[in-house]
Write a protein that binds this ligand. Structure first.
Ligand code: ATP
Ligand code: MG
Length: 339
């Protein structure tokens, strides 16, 4: 049997689990927009079913899902070019998710560091969904036979599990049905760090609002957070090597590079030798220039949620057009009567 060829197709998702951060923008959505302009079919999803693996207030969840849709569009995702939808409107995700719960092994799930981080000390009280989440994530991706998945660095382990699920399914059933997906973890800001602690990822769930830039922060707030970001007393180096062991300094330079579409070395060749007192205002100006238009467009879009809901419904319909035949074929392979 010849190897099947898969269409170059991108899938990625973001949870509507609360405010959106600069980490979500630089690690994920900015890359989504770039890939939309390249030679891929692109499918982007608000993964609301993942968000409920931890408690969510229903009205807030609905608001966050619509706001996330506004964020995608304001950042440059075109709902005509890309398929844009929320996960729960396409029931095939959970259907394939169940099959993959039966493919993935307990041992694989036990190794997932995100579960350990999110469950914290009280593991007995974590939801079963939080534990089995990576099986649903594998389904999100493989339901579309996606070949490429752009994500931040923190999702690497889950993507490896997705590859393991595809390989085990193909092997167990003697087929070449699911592609072995390529993670796309690229650019200078695949892991944006907290402004308070350079060893922790910038996160919407950090109790300190000063630790992150929210996509809805105004210009003054952005400037204030950058001014107060933790750094060290040394000047900036003129080469990347000089950032070793300086996590906070490296983080600000990485953010500058990503926002200005330059490499870290290009940035350092310009700003090497400067003190943070000089570099921080440069970074604040750049961040405001790039982020303020996104925040403005998000708030404009949120004034008419009917339009957002219509975009999501249409996106879900298009997504089902791709997903339904792949799920049907999966059921046939597994031996489900009437598939
Ligand atoms: P949660 O805390 O609820 O998990 P999150 O901010 O991690 O929220 P996700 O929906 O889990 O959001 O992730 C969405 C995308 O954003 C993923 O591709 C993830 O890798 C990326 N991402 C999240 N935080 C960062 C960060 N600090 N730096 C770079 N990428 C990030
Ligand atoms: Mg996350």
């Amino acid at each position: 049997m010849s190897e099947p060829t898969f269409t170059k197709r991108v899938f990625s998702g973001i949870q509507p689990s609360g405010g959106l951060t600069l980490g979500n923008y630089l690690g994920a959505v900015k890359r989504f927009v770039e890939m939309q302009a390249e030679d891929y079919e692109t499918i982007y999803c608000m993964v609301d079913l993942h968000a409920i693996t931890v408690p969510q207030e229903p009205k807030k969840l609905a608001h966050n899902t619509r706001e996330l849709c506004a964020f995608f569009i304001a950042s440059g995702i075109d709902p005509e070019k890309s398929i844009l939808f929320n996960q729960s409107q396409v029931p095939e995700h959970t259907q394939l998710g169940w099959i993959f719960n039966c493919v993935a092994r307990m041992g694989w799930m036990n190794r997932m560091t995100q579960f350990k981080d999110k469950a914290g000390k009280n593991r007995e009280n974590a939801s079963v969904g939080l534990f089995s989440y990576p099986a649903l994530m594998a389904a999100d991706i493989l339901l579309y036979h996606a070949t490429h998945v752009p994500v931040g660095d923190d999702q690497k382990q889950h993507l490896e599990l997705t590859r393991d699920v595809a390989a085990k399914f193909n092997h167990d059933f003697g087929v070449e049905f699911f592609p072995i997906t390529e993670p796309v973890i690229q650019g200078p800001a695949t892991r944006v760090m907290s402004f308070r602690d350079g060893s922790k990822k910038m996160s919407k769930s950090d109790p300190s609002d000063m630790s992150r830039i929210n996509m809805t922060d105004d210009a003054d707030m952005i400037a204030q957070k950058i001014r107060k970001a933790r750094t060290d007393p040394d000047a900036l180096p003129s080469e990347q090597k000089g950032l070793e062991g300086r996590a906070e300094a490296a983080n600000l330079v990485n953010i500058y590079a990503a926002l200005s579409d330059q490499s870290v070395d290009q940035v350092l060749s310009d700003v090497g030798g400067k003190q943070f007192s000089e570099f921080k205002p440069m970074l604040a100006d750049l961040a405001v220039e790039k982020l303020a238009p996104i925040a403005d467009e998000m708030s404009r879009l949120m004034q008419d949620t009917h339009e957002i809901d219509a975009i999501l419904a249409r996106g879900a319909e298009r997504a089902r057009g791709v997903a339904a035949p792949i799920l049907k074929r999966t059921y046939e392979i597994v031996g489900m009567v009437g598939a």
